[in-house]
Unconditional design. Structure first.
Length: 111
């Protein structure tokens, strides 16, 4: 099963694939694409990252992500509306760096 959303007047498309980890434990793996260029900004499908929520403002899209099994606080990935740059806290990321940066931030929470 999957869900699709649009942000910034259809310029970004977010698809979320549902995956059952255990009985009644579902992950919502996100994939975010810049529609005009088909550039993939975020692809966490098949990962342990769960999309908890998305919030669009005039300046940014914020995705709240938590790593399964969810025993640590969520992390927020920010996508700037002006240039679709990706930010985890004060760290600017390239699309290929997002999952490793999330993993590193999660590891810090676990210490």
């Amino acid at each position: 099963m999957s869900d699709d959303e649009e942000f910034f007047q259809g310029r970004l498309g977010l698809s979320t694939t549902w995956r059952e980890m255990r009985m009644s434990h579902w992950l919502h793996n996100p994939r975010l694409v810049e529609r005009a260029s088909a550039r993939v900004l975020l692809d966490l499908q098949g990962s342990l990252w769960d999309l908890l929520s998305s919030h669009e403002s005039a300046t940014a899209l914020e995705l709240s992500l938590r790593r399964y099994p969810g025993d640590h606080p969520a992390l927020t990935l920010r996508i700037e509306a002006m240039d679709f740059s990706l930010w985890l806290g004060a760290q600017r990321l390239e699309p290929a760096q997002v999952e490793p940066a999330l993993e590193a931030a999660w590891q810090l929470q676990c210490q």
